[in-house]
Design a protein around this ligand. Structure first.
Ligand code: F0G
Length: 470
């Protein structure tokens, strides 16, 4: 296409943006993912799992989109400078991929549009030529949950729900609390008592959510809300809700756009309840179907050693044992992913399997050290996010990732989400649940000096000497 007709097409397509939701273009259904069921449900039915077989649900287009890839790229790019509230969201900017009419009143905090950083120290640490970090922790509430929550809470409003509910290790709670406040929708949040970082709890409280502390772990909270969601007039916004996945899949689109539609060889994500890895798989699958990309990145999921039912399944699947077994007593200091019964494992399995990725584990020490290295790049993240860099280091060592591959790690949460952990690592007091000491391999303990000019001069000289010897 020559430049003139490209621009003209752009103007035409921009003018017709509001026509894109004509009946055939925006017809979606909810469909059971179980191959021998495939029951379908309308979008206005508040179902979270298949009513017939209990399987997970996907949201699917009932007919192919007629919009061509070049037009889509152009619309999405133009919206970056349009100034309209819907366009300022890095989720709703991609609304042709979302199951809502274009005139939907969306509940947004201008989520998405997160940076893709190059990270020299992290790359060297992993022995890679280059590494990029997609920082989802720079969303409005400090985690990737916002890209899904804007969609789930918008759907809650469309359904005229009277209360939204979630179980959470903290970030979903903070995110729901904020979006529910924007939507003036009452919400209740179930968290495992004494197992959520103070920063996340503080957010949920400040945004006005009712926080219910359950005397049990995250899996117990999840089980309870799932059971109650079919009895009580509540709208469940955990990632088992396929509308959450719809929002989170747009991160794949945004990433592909940032890379000029040339996807990386490897995408590495942390794994907890396994919604995020499910969403990336769906996003890239749709981009392939749409003709926007022509390759699927290998999606690898990294879990903490003590909370790794999916990684165990990956190994056992290879050995022919096909039963998925939950981890009854998950343990990790990366509290965001302290999960033993991930609800979305079948969808995440699809992502890993279709893309040719892996599922691996990393130790508490490996997570802590990788986190400190990401910090040295001036980026920082919460412990769960650092599983990615720790995992990539192992995958390079095992030659699954080549030194010259293009690799993107997804950082899921902000460094300030768990400051107790950070301080504990650097002042050498961080211990696992079993009391094992985490070594501050890259520790950075504050210098404490008497309040005198000479002491300060000595301290500054020490800093100079240290930086010279680095
Ligand atoms: N990283 C962070 C920072 C998280 O908060 C979570 C999950 C994950 C990774 C794992 O993502 O569940 O999609 O595999 N946090 C949930 C919560 C469970 O309640 O905030 P996943």
């Amino acid at each position: 296409m020559d430049l003139l007709s490209y621009c003209f097409r752009g103007i035409q397509s921009h003018m017709s943006t509001n026509n894109a939701d004509n009946a055939s273009e925006k017809r979606f259904i909810q469909k059971c993912i179980e191959p021998d069921c495939q029951s379908t449900f309308g979008l206005d039915e508040p179902v979270y799992v298949c009513r017939r077989c209990g399987g997970l649900l996907d949201i699917e287009r009932s007919s192919r989109s007629s919009i061509d890839p070049d037009t889509l790229k152009l619309w999405w790019h133009q919206r970056l400078s349009s100034g309209l509230p819907q366009d300022e969201s890095g989720v709703w900017r991609f609304r042709e991929s979302l199951p809502f009419p274009d005139n939907t009143e969306v509940v947004t905090l201008k989520e998405g549009n997160t940076p893709l950083y190059t990270a020299r120290h992290s790359a060297d640490y992993c022995r890679l030529d280059a590494l990029q970090l997609k920082h989802q922790g720079l969303n409005p509430t400090g985690s990737f949950k916002d890209t899904g929550m804007t969609v789930a809470v918008t759907q809650a409003k469309s359904l005229r729900s009277t209360m939204a509910v979630c179980a959470s290790t903290g970030n979903t709670a903070a995110s729901l609390a904020a979006y529910a406040a924007r939507a003036e929708l009452p919400c209740a949040i179930l968290v495992p008592a004494d197992q959520v970082s103070h920063a996340k709890l503080a957010q949920a409280l400040d945004y006005g959510a009712r926080v219910v502390e359950i005397e049990g772990n995250f899996d117990a909270c999840m089980q309870l809300v799932l059971e109650l969601s079919s009895e009580e007039p509540i709208y469940l916004v955990n990632s088992i809700n396929p509308f959450r996945i719809e929002g989170q899949k747009t991160v794949a689109i945004e990433l592909a756009e940032q890379l000029n539609w040339d996807v990386p060889d490897h995408l590495v994500v942390p794994g907890g309840n396994l919604g995020n890895s499910s969403a990336f798989g769906k996003g890239f699958r749709e981009l392939l179907d749409w003709g926007l990309i022509d390759l699927y990145p290998r999606i690898t999921v990294v879990q903490a050693e003590g909370a790794a039912p999916f990684a165990r399944y990956f190994v056992e699947q290879g050995a022919g044992n096909v039963q998925f077994a939950n981890e009854e007593e998950p343990e990790t200091l990366a509290s965001a992913i302290k999960i033993g019964a991930p609800v979305s494992w079948k969808k995440a399995w699809r992502s890993v399997n279709e893309s040719g990725g892996q599922v691996i584990t990393v130790s508490e020490q490996e997570i802590a050290d990788a986190k400190a290295i990401i910090g040295r790049d001036g980026i920082g993240c919460e412990p769960a996010s650092a599983t990615t860099v720790a995992g990539i280091k192992k995958l390079v060592a095992s030659e699954f990732i080549r030194k010259d591959s293009s690799v993107v790690a997804v950082l899921t949460g902000h460094v300030l989400k768990d400051t107790e952990y950070v301080i504990g690592y650097h002042n050498r007091s961080l211990r696992t649940d079993r009391g094992e000491q985490i070594h501050a391999t890259f520790g950075n303990t504050p210098l404490r000096v008497p309040s005198s000019r000479q002491s300060l001069k000595d301290a500054l000289q020490r800093v100079r000497d240290e930086s010279g010897s680095r």
